[in-house]
Structure formats: C-alpha cells, structure tokens
Design a protein around this ligand. Structure first.
Ligand code: BGP
Length: 487
C-alpha cells in the first residue's frame, strides 16, 4: 500500500447543519427559527435566489402563520431528528472519524428568552452525541448555523442588538455544561462573513426594517456583536471544558486577478483581504486597519462596549475552519467579458475552470492555495469543514447512483489537501458538506445534492425519506480506511 501523507488521527468525516437535516421543526418544544421561514425558491426567478432580497417582513408574517412544510422545506429536512441512528450507522460503515453537526438554539431555548432550558432538546443532543461516541465518531459542533430563534430576530433585530450576546452565551454555557465529556471540537458562527450575503439567515436582519442608508452600519454592528459573542463563547468553553477546542468558521472564496495588470492584482488583493477580515478578528484578536478606514470613509459608526477590544484580544480561537467550494475572478474592467454568477458569488469567467450546475467554479488548486495562505497568515491548525459538489443525481434503471463526477471532484480536492500538507500546512481534518443529501441552504431544494448517501425526497417534499448508498459511498470508505493513501 502506498504511504499516506495524511497525519495519524486525521479527522475524516462529513458535515451537516441541523436546520437543513433535522426537520421536526415544531416538536418536543422546539421554537421557530429563522430557518423555518426559508422558502422553497423553485417557483421564483433564479435571480431572486441572491442575497437578502429573499426575505421581507411580509415573508416572515406569512411564514409565522403557515404550517406548510413543503413550502418551507427546512421544516422537514431529511428527518434526521428521527432517523439519526440509521444515518450514524451508515457514517460508521463509511469509517467516519468525525461528523459535523449543529445544535439548534431553538431546541434548547425556544425563543431565546426562557430562564430554563428545554429538557427534551438537551436530551436529544445528548443521545445524539452518545450514539456518535458509541460508534467512534467525534462530534464537531457548530453553535450557530443559520437558525437563531425567530423571536430574537423579531424583537431584538437579530444580532444588531447587543442583548442577544448574553442570550447566546446563556445557551452556550448550557450546552457546555451538558455535553462536557462528549464534545471536544466546537465552532462558533458558521460562515460569519455571510451576514452581507444573506443577513436574515446569518444574523436575523430584515432589510426593510431599517433605513437604507444605515444598512451597512447595521450589518457591521451585528457582525461585531457576533465577534464579541464568539470570543466570550471561546472563553467560557476553555473555562468549562478544559482541553476543548474552539474554531472560527469562514467561507473561503479565493479571488484571482484576471491577469497580471497591477491594478487587477491590487483589486484581487483587496478582495481577498476583505474575506480574511473575519478570521483576522477571531484569530489575531483585533480589527485590521483597512476595515476601520472603510468605516471612517463610509461614515459607519460601530458601537464598541468598553471591554470589547480586550475581549477580542484575550480570547482568540484555537483553530481555523472554513468552507471551500470555488474560486472567483475579479477585474477592473469587465466590459464584454463573460460573467459567472452563482448564488454565492459572481465575477468574470475563469477560462481554465469548469463550473457546477449551479455555476460554482470548481477549483481544487484554489483549495491548496487557500490552505497555504491561511497557514502562512495565522500559523494555526486548519480544518476544512465544508467542501463538495452540488449536483442533480440520477437513479439508474438498476437502482444505482453512479456519481463518478463527485468522486472525481473529491479526488482532486483531496489531492490538493495532500499537496498543502506536503508544503508544511497543518490540517486537522476534512468533512465534506452534506455527506448525506439534505435541503440546500440557498435554494431550499433537494435537487441540489451533495451526499455519499441519497435521500428519497423531492423538491416538493414527496418521497419515502429512504436512504441509499451512492457509488461514492464505497469510494470514500476506501479513502478513510487507507487514511487517504488510496483515492
Ligand atoms: C454553505 C453553508 C451550508 C451549505 C453550503 C452549500 O454556505 O454553510 O449550510 O448549505 O453552503 O450551499 P447550498 O446548500 O446553497 O448549495
């Protein structure tokens, strides 16, 4: 057997988010979350997928009055809530060392305001973590993955109001206390940078509730409050669970200059630096000067609590996690140039790359570059906690799913990780996104599938919810079994 270059104990596994897989949106005391208002968008113009335009105050009112789960597919998810034992068995069969899951705040504190936590919610996650432990699967737990209590969005303007920091910390302390000994690896905010892309999902912000000219300031302030919450969540984790580790989580969207024109180089540098600002604050413990300059230029006034600077400085994260799906290209002059516009980002088309069905530019080398850049910048361990290919899988006449395109995608990306490790980068693990098919975050569709395991469910919510192994299942099993020496 070929020698592996992946370190011993490398955390191979998969990633999920509770709001996209659990379902059971209103059972066992769970409160309504912002995710329960995310509507299936197949009946809308695709351009409406983008950004914050998708949720208005009226949308929220409608969602609050509706019991419809087909219209709001995150409410049924893939019913992981009731089927997690079967799913964990499949993950164990694949050899998973690690599974990324998230805890829904609304299962523990349904509105965010309760004095005492909801025991059924606490019990559910305890059972889940114990079942993982029994199977030798290490949990990697995201504390905040696109599902803050809707009550807080409606009554505190989401993360804009500072009070939410303490409410969140109450939730964190409750789960630390309960899961001490069961969970070692934690993440604070999923893709904290996405507050500008989808402010409602990330920060509970509804655009039409604020004056337009204040919008940027409101988003920056909400992110600041999340930074402070993240630092304090790290502090309490270290105090309450010695030996536990906290990571930040950013979307890494590598930007290339269109060519070596110095102005293009400068533009790409600035765009990349903007992407790094979120990890800069959480790793270095302070805002980069360019962000403060930007605030000054744009007359953005951010309210800092007296202790905030010290809090950010004193409690940086232990490791850096990120999602990586694609790279993009920017240019100072896009006249007559072909654009690629996906639902995550846009830019000029890169002639060297293929795109996914959803126009995401597939770029394994960009993953290697990102790993090297992040490691050079921070000198901290890295964890790739999302990566994958969204595609419409087809069931063959014999019932199989021949997802060779997914295998190819993963082969190239795993090679890129191996190349980065050879360059001296410290990588803790790799958890491909949506290791079992789940509801897409952006489109709320089932059609956009990522899994090694197929779930029988369509966009309208019809199906048996049965699970089925795809061809990539056996392939990934072999990768893990050989610690990445065969792929
Ligand atoms: C990330 C999110 C995930 C996930 C993934 C894929 O931004 O953290 O929650 O859904 O993207 O996105 P989509 O489901 O839109 O394809």
């Amino acid at each position: 057997m070929q020698k592996t270059i992946f370190p011993e104990g490398f955390l191979w596994g998969g990633a999920t988010a509770a709001n996209q897989c659990e379902g059971a949106w209103n059972v066992d005391g769970k409160g309504m979350s912002v995710a329960d208002c995310s509507r299936y968008k197949g009946d809308l113009d695709p351009s409406d997928y983008k950004g914050h335009h998708t949720i208005s105050s009226k949308d929220i009112e409608e969602a609050m009055e509706s019991n419809d789960t087909a219209r709001y597919p995150k409410r049924h998810g893939i019913d992981f809530y009731h089927r997690y034992i079967e799913d964990l068995d499949l993950f164990q069969e694949m050899g998973f060392k690690c599974l990324r899951v998230s805890i829904q705040w609304t299962r523990i504190y349904p509105s965010g305001m309760e004095e005492t936590p909801n025991e059924s919610g606490l019990k559910y996650y305890e059972d889940l973590f114990r079942a993982m432990q029994k199977r030798g699967i290490e949990p990697l737990v995201t504390l905040h993955h696109y599902e803050m209590p809707l009550y807080l969005s409606n009554h505190y303007d989401g993360w804009y109001q500072r009070e939410v920091v303490d409410l969140f910390l109450k939730f964190c302390k409750t789960v630390y206390r309960r899961y001490n000994g069961l969970v070692k690896y934690w993440l604070t905010f999923n893709e904290i940078d996405s507050a500008f892309r989808h402010p409602f999902t990330t920060a509970g912000l509804v655009e039409d509730r604020y004056p337009e000219e204040k919008w940027e300031e409101i988003v920056y302030q909400s992110i600041h409050n999340q930074f402070v919450a993240s630092a304090l969540a790290t502090k309490y984790l270290h105090e309450m669970i010695p030996g536990a580790q906290m990571g930040c989580m950013i979307t890494r969207t590598l930007t290339y200059p269109e060519n070596c024109h110095p102005q293009n180089m400068l533009l790409a540098l600035k765009e990349n630096r903007k992407n790094f600002y979120y990890s800069d604050v959480q790793v270095r413990g302070e805002y980069p000067s360019h962000i403060k300059k930007e605030w000054k230029r744009n007359k953005i006034h951010i309210v800092f609590g007296e202790e905030d600077e010290k809090i950010l400085k004193d409690y940086p994260v232990d490791f850096i996690s990120f999602s990586y799906y694609m790279s993009r290209v920017s240019t100072i002059d896009d006249t007559n140039k072909e654009q690629v516009s996906g639902n995550l980002t846009s830019g000029v088309k890169n002639p060297y790359l293929e795109t996914s069905e959803w126009n995401w530019q597939i770029d394994p080398t960009g993953l290697c570059i990102s790993l090297i850049e992040l490691y050079d910048r921070y000198d901290k361990p890295l964890f790739i906690v999302e990566n994958g290919l969204g595609s419409t899988d087809r069931i063959e006449a014999d019932g199989s799913i021949q997802d060779d395109y997914r295998i190819r995608y993963y082969k190239d990306h795993i090679q890129a990780i191996a190349d980065a490790i050879e360059e001296g980068v410290e990588v803790m693990g790799y958890t491909p996104w949506g290791c079992i098919d789940l509801v897409s975050m952006s489109t709320c569709q089932m059609t956009k599938r990522y899994g090694f395991i197929y779930v029988d469910l369509d966009d309208e919510g019809n199906g048996s919810y049965d699970r089925k192994k795809k061809k990539s299942f056996e392939w990934y099993k072999e990768v893990i079994a050989t610690n990445g020496s065969h792929f």
